[in-house]
Design a protein around this ligand. Structure first.
Ligand code: NDP
Length: 332
């Protein structure tokens, strides 16, 4: 039974040496438990934080213990009246091919309503992050300008599409020309900027946002965000959703140069953690599913194959190798 453990804590950018592919006993389910076979494993930038031992909003992974993330699994055997053999569930589970888990804490997902992997993306944690971050903190109004960083990724691509549904001008920032093309051709953004080939990001943002920036959905932090914040409007709202540009930094981030702009513009900047909005998940999933069904949003995925590719899929997030949600299909 293949299992992936945290072998060592990374210093700076993680590498394959931080992971250990090993085997473990499967175990048998007791009362209220199920035996699961993993089908899709989610890899997410926030797992980088859990590989360190710095205190955060989720406890760190333990060295020598399995890593966990969002997983879609099939119920192989059930000792719970909540699930039957053959059901599919979603939950925070360990990176194991098979495992015994408590039924409590798992949610049933319906493969008849959406592809299973969508429950890790647009209908799961990343879709909810996009929807709730944008609406709860961004409070967007039709006609306003929204800038999204990490725009071609799982969260960013959904944020931009929701922005269009809500009647905003949407500008996305991403790392390759292919992604920038996709922002306008597939996700309906009004404009895109490639931060890797643009010398003067501030000028590019100014040109793409002639009326300034009312809502900034920030997935990356660092220099890109400083450049955006120079263009914020009075009473603008910035959602600090993530800061992947600095997750591997060994020094404290120094992104403070634009603070006077926040003061001058009475601007709001608020950190967002999706789990704080759990009471809004059912309505959020309903809304996202409806938009998906109506064809108002599309969801892209980058799907890797094979249990042993999970660590590399995770590492590739930091090199922008994914478009949309990165998932690993581990079903044999
Ligand atoms: P993505 O699908 O967006 O994947 C990560 C992307 O980040 C890559 O594809 C890459 O795209 C971009 N990237 C990588 N390194 C850098 C860098 N140095 N500078 C700029 N961009 C970079 O991941 P998610 O959609 O899952 O997550 C997006 C962000 O949202 C992350 O910061 C994550 O931590 C955060 N998040 C926060 C949640 C919360 O509750 N607060 C919940 C879920 C996610 P490119 O080619 O464009 O560089």
């Amino acid at each position: 039974n293949q299992t992936i453990l945290l072998k060592s804590r990374p210093s700076g950018k993680p590498t394959l040496a931080n992971f250990d592919l090993t085997t473990t006993e499967i175990g048998t389910p007791g009362d209220g438990e199920v035996l699961l076979r993993s089908v899709y494993v989610s890899v997410d930038p926030y797992l980088r934080g859990r590989m360190s031992d710095a205190p955060s909003y989720v406890p760190p992974f333990e060295v020598g213990k399995p890593i966990s993330s969002g997983i879609i699994a099939e119920v192989i055997e059930s000792k719970s009246d909540r699930f039957q053999k053959g059901d599919y569930v979603s939950g925070s589970l360990e990176w194991k091919e098979r495992q015994v888990a408590k039924a409590k804490g798992l949610q049933q997902v319906d493969p008849g309503k959406a592809p299973l992997s969508a429950y890790l993306g647009v209908l799961g944690m990343t879709g909810l992050t996009a929807y709730l971050g944008l609406t709860e903190i961004g409070k967007p109004k039709s006609g306003e300008t929204l800038v999204v960083s990490g725009a071609a990724g799982a969260v960013g691509s959904v944020v931009g599409q929701i922005g269009k549904i809500l009647g905003l001008r949407v500008v996305g920032i991403a790392g390759t020309d292919e992604k920038v093309d996709m922002l306008t051709s597939e996700f309906g953004f009004d404009a895109g900027i490639n931060y890797n080939t643009t010398e003067d990001m501030s000028a590019a943002i100014g040109a793409a946002c002639p009326d300034g920036v009312d809502v900034y959905f920030d997935n990356v932090g660092g220099d890109i965000s400083d450049a955006v914040l120079f263009h914020i409007n009075k009473f603008s709202r910035t959602i600090n959703c993530g800061a992947i540009a600095v997750y591997n930094s060994k020094e404290l981030p120094r992104s403070v140069s634009v603070r006077p702009f926040l003061v001058k513009n009475s601007a709001l900047m608020q950190g967002f953690i999706v789990s704080n909005y759990a009471d809004k998940f059912p309505d959020g999933v309903r809304q996202l599913a409806q938009w998906l069904q109506e064809g108002k949003i599309t969801h892209k995925e980058t799907v890797r194959e094979g249990f042993d590719t999970i660590p590399q899929a995770f590492l590739d997030l930091f090199d922008g190798k994914n478009t949309g949600k990165m998932v690993v299909n581990v079903k044999k």
